[in-house]
Design a protein around this ligand. Structure first.
Ligand code: ADP
Ligand code: MG
Length: 222
């Protein structure tokens, strides 16, 4: 369960102050599939970075599963990230010089645990790429690369998947594939929060939150 209460984020560059998020309240229930929409500059990535414990609010509270993560040390934040959150990015962010399987295994190198290779293999199978483990990213299509990235997000068995414009670099067919994958993961109980500015992508969500100038201006359940 995600709870943002009165969350603001102010960026300072020299004497300039920019309020990227302005007293945002947002609750997301476990098992929801939420799209966050809004024009460029509306604060979507800033919100994602805070939800993903990659950054902390300037003010306000963020509780994740009841834990106050707004005030944690960087080390503890890193642990929360590893345990609870899987990330998917617009540009896939796969390591280019190594195999799909090694890319998927990487979070387990940090998280530890047994049978890392087997777990990575199963995550790749889960996204329909069990036969592509030996391929390097540049030997795969964009849609396949993003599915590898989804497998990497899944491999630690996080309760929540956060995706920032996951279909921004994909054609229509791969967009549908990747979104169907998120729907499937959501149906098996995982919370999914994704950022998009494409209305066709938001169609896949159960709830659509709209940001403008750092504020929530729309919140619809469908
Ligand atoms: P979106 O993802 O919706 O395009 P962002 O969260 O990236 O919006 O940005 C919101 C606002 O904050 C924009 O005006 C942007 O220029 C500004 N901003 C984002 N990141 C930084 C930063 N690290 N330093 C200064 N300003 C930033
Ligand atoms: Mg952005």
């Amino acid at each position: 369960m995600i709870e943002l209460e009165g969350v603001s984020k102010v960026y300072r560059t020299g004497a300039l102050e920019l309020r990227a998020l302005d007293a945002v309240d947002l609750h997301v229930d476990d098992g929801d599939l939420v799209a966050i929409m809004g024009p460029s500059g509306s604060g979507k990535s800033t919100m994602m970075n805070i939800l993903g414990c990659l950054d902390v609010p300037s003010s306000g509270a963020y509780r994740l599963d009841g834990i106050d993560v707004g005030r944690m040390s960087d080390n503890r934040l890193a642990d929360v990230r590893l345990q609870k959150i899987g990330f998917v990015f617009q540009s896939f962010n796969l390591l280019p010089r190594t195999s799909a399987l090694a890319n998927v295994e990487l979070p387990l190198v940090y998280a530890g645990g047994r049978d890392r290779r087997g777990r990575a293999r199963r995550a790749l199978e889960r996204v329909g790429l069990g036969d592509r483990g030996d391929h390097r990213p540049n030997e795969l299509s964009g849609g396949q690369q993003q599915r590898v990235a989804v497998a990497r997000a899944l491999v630690t068995d996080p309760s929540m998947i956060l995706a920032d414009e996951p279909t921004g670099n994909l054609d229509t067919a791969s967009t549908t594939d990747v979104m169907n994958l998120f729907v499937e993961l959501n149906e098996s109980g995982r919370t999914v929060v994704l950022i998009t500015h494409e209305p066709e992508v938001a169609e896949f969500a159960k709830r659509v939150v709209t940001l403008r100038d750092g504020r929530i201006v729309g919140d619809e359940r469908r």
